[in-house]
Design a protein. Structure first.
Length: 266
């Protein structure tokens, strides 16, 4: 059973990554690699954390999830990126997007350099990280693979109107939609994703999510029928990254089983 307070997962102790690699020169250009003990090839899960793109949230809070995926037989690459915060934090658009794009681009070479062999690839992110993986999919970085967005921010215009995360979208993009329309156009999965996307996209969202409402995922799935949506009745926001949550088996299935029902383990 999971902890009574869903926020427990944000501070829960978990094993440290097996290796930390760098994809660029700035301080946040890091990827935590969590690797199964076997040297056999394993499925790769690229994991992007959430936290409304804010500096106060980093990749440490998804370590329980990463280690649970390792236990399920996956190599996990949990990437960090520059986020919005005090002067000098460096995040915002397009920097935040450029960071995750640089991390995804550099990762195959970094894994090869360490002798880590992988099979299938799944790109996943939670909340703001869900937005970022959908943006990466729209830019072709998940071609031939799968994208699983957990409680994602999918519609930046609607999220800005609702002031999700106390105006987090305005903080990321530097203003309202009518003030910086070009940045909204460049960052919004709702308008960037096309019906002929070359990746398989699955959304998982709890119906009781009070942080990012399920209407975000419903809107994206309605606009792009090729995208699958799995709604979890009575589930909130943080339960989707908590291996102790009753919602975890559904998340694990989404991340480790392909559409034919075949485990993705190599």
């Amino acid at each position: 059973m999971n902890a009574e307070d869903p926020r427990d997962v944000l501070t829960r102790t978990a094993a440290l990554p097996d290796v930390v690699v760098r994809y660029d020169a700035h301080a946040d250009a890091l990827i935590d690699l969590h690797v199964p003990p076997s040297n056999d090839p394993h499925p790769l899960v690229l994991l992007v954390h959430g936290g409304f793109w804010k500096q106060e949230y980093d990749r440490v809070h998804i370590r329980p999830m990463a280690r649970a995926l390792v236990d399920a037989g996956c190599v996990v690459a949990a990437m960090e990126y520059r986020r919005v915060g005090p002067p000098g934090a460096g995040g915002g658009w397009p920097t935040t997007g450029q960071d995750v794009e640089a991390a995804v681009t550099a990762l195959p070479g970094l894994l090869d350099g360490l002798g880590i062999e992988t099979t299938t690839t799944t790109l996943t992110g939670h909340s703001a990280g869900g937005h970022l993986v959908l943006w990466l999919a729209a830019r072709g970085h998940a071609t031939g693979g799968r994208v699983v967005a957990l409680a994602p921010v999918t519609d930046l215009h609607a999220a800005a109107a609702d002031r999700l995360g106390d105006g987090a979208i305005q903080g990321l993009l530097g203003g309202e939609p009518d003030e910086v329309p070009e940045l909204y156009a460049a960052a919004d999965p709702m308008t960037l994703l096309s019906s002929d996307t070359r990746s398989r996209i699955l959304l998982v969202h709890g119906t009781d999510d009070a942080v990012v409402p399920v209407s975000q995922s419903r809107s994206l799935a309605a606009a792009h029928p090729q995208i699958e949506l799995r709604e979890l009745d009575g589930v909130g926001h943080l339960e989707l990254i908590d291996p102790l949550s009753p919602a975890w088996p559904v998340v694990l299935d989404a991340l480790t089983v392909d559409r034919a029902g075949v485990p993705t383990r190599g």
